[in-house]
Design a protein around this ligand. Structure first.
Ligand SMILES: O=C(O)CCC(=O)C(=O)O
Ligand SMILES: [Fe+2]
Length: 314
C-alpha cells in the first residue's frame, strides 16, 4: 500500500486505511486496490493507450461506481489517447468559454497555472469545492484528469464524499431537505467571481433546479448536491437558503468525508461528479512550479426533475 506519511488534517481518514486486503479486485491484467475508506482505488497493470475488452471495461465501470475515484497509475497518454480512453465510458463534454482546449483537441482542457509566457503565474484555479458543470442541463457525469507536469510536492486534489455526507445527517435533518430544491447557476457563480457575462452567455446558461438530496442515477443512492455553483434554495428566502447551503457544505467537507489525492507522475484520475465535490489545493509554490493537467469530461444525465429554476425569493 503506497501511502504518503505526511498526512494533513484534511485526510485523517486516509491514515485509517486498511492494508489493501479489503475490496481488492483482480483480473489477470489488473489489480484494483482501495486507497482510503472514504473513497478511491488505484488501478494497476493497465495500459490505457489500448482499448479495453468489454469485460475489463465493465469491471472498471463497476469500480468507478464503488469507489467514486479511480487512480490509474503509470500512464502517459497523448491528448488523442485520452479522448479515446474517455470515449469508452460515454459522450465527451465540449468545453466552453474559459475551458477551451486548443484548436486540434478542443475536447481536452489544459488545466495549468501558467501565464501567456508559459511561466507559472501564481494562480491556481478551481480551489473552491465544486462539482463539474453542475449548472448545465445535463451536468457532467465524470471528469478525467491526467498529470502532465507536477510540482515537486503538493498540488493535491481533494474530494468529498456526498453519499457519506448525506447519510451522516440525522433522520430529522434528512426529512428537512428531502424535498428541497437547490439551484445551480453559472451566471451567479461568475458574478460571485467578479466576472462579467455577456447577455448571450447568461441566456445560454439558465439557472438549474435540482433535488438538494439527489439520487445517483446508477447506484440509486442519495447524496448531497452542493458546491460553488449552488447559488440558492428554490422557494426559500434567499439569505436563509444561502446560510443553509453554507452550513451543509461545511458539514459535507469535514475531514471524515474527504480523500486527499497526492499526485504521482503518470496518474490519471477518473471521478464521479454526481456524488463528489472536489477542489484543487494550493499546497505548493504556485508562483514557481508548473502544474499541468489534461482534462476530459463525460456528459451526464439531468438530475431527477431537473428544470430551469424559479427566480430567487428575496
Ligand atoms: O486542478 C485540480 O486539481 C482540479 C481541477 C478541477 O477542478 C477539474 O479538473 O475539474
Ligand atoms: Fe473541477
Amino acid at each position: 500500500m503506497k501511502m504518503s506519511t505526511n498526512q494533513t488534517t484534511d485526510d485523517q481518514a486516509s491514515s485509517q486505511v486498511h492494508n489493501g486486503s479489503i475490496a481488492d479486485t483482480d483480473t489477470p491484467s489488473m489489480h484494483i486496490r482501495q486507497l482510503s475508506p472514504v473513497m478511491a482505488a488505484e488501478v494497476i497493470g493497465l495500459d490505457l493507450r489500448h482499448p479495453f475488452d468489454e469485460q475489463t471495461r465493465q469491471v472498471i465501470h463497476k469500480a468507478f461506481l464503488d469507489y467514486q475515484v479511480l487512480v490509474f497509475r503509470d500512464q502517459n497518454l497523448s491528448k488523442a489517447e485520452q479522448i479515446a480512453f474517455t470515449g469508452q465510458f460515454g459522450q465527451l463534454e465540449e468545453h466552453r468559454s474559459r475551458n477551451l482546449g486548443d484548436a486540434e483537441f478542443p475536447l481536452v482542457h489544459v488545466v495549468n497555472n501558467l501565464g501567456a509566457d508559459g511561466q507559472p503565474n501564481g494562480k491556481l484555479k478551481s480551489t473552491a469545492w465544486h462539482t463539474d458543470k453542475s449548472f448545465r442541463p445535463a451536468p457532467a457525469m465524470a471528469t478525467i484528469l491526467h498529470a502532465v507536469m507536477l510540482p515537486p510536492d503538493g498540488g493535491d486534489t481533494c474530494f468529498a464524499n456526498m453519499y457519506d455526507a448525506y447519510e451522516a445527517l440525522s433522520a430529522a435533518q434528512k426529512s428537512q431537505i428531502d424535498n428541497v430544491r437547490v439551484v445551480h447557476s453559472w451566471p451567479m457563480s461568475r458574478e460571485n467571481a467578479n466576472h462579467a457575462m455577456s447577455e448571450e452567455e447568461t441566456k445560454a446558461n439558465p439557472p438549474m433546479s435540482h433535488a438538494l438530496a439527489r439520487v445517483h442515477p446508477e447506484t440509486g443512492r442519495r447524496c448531497l448536491y452542493l458546491g460553488i455553483h449552488a447559488a440558492y434554495l428554490e422557494d426559500v428566502d434567499f439569505e436563509r437558503g444561502r446560510a443553509r447551503i453554507i452550513e451543509l457544505e461545511a458539514h459535507a467537507t469535514q475531514p471524515q468525508f474527504v480523500y486527499r489525492h497526492r499526485w504521482q507522475q503518470g496518474d490519471l484520475l477518473m471521478w464521479d461528479n454526481r456524488c463528489l465535490l472536489h477542489r484543487a489545493d494550493a499546497n505548493f509554490d504556485v508562483a514557481h512550479f508548473p502544474r499541468v493537467m489534461h482534462r476530459t469530461c463525460l456528459v451526464g444525465t439531468p438530475t431527477e426533475g431537473q428544470r430551469i429554476a424559479r427566480a430567487p425569493l428575496r
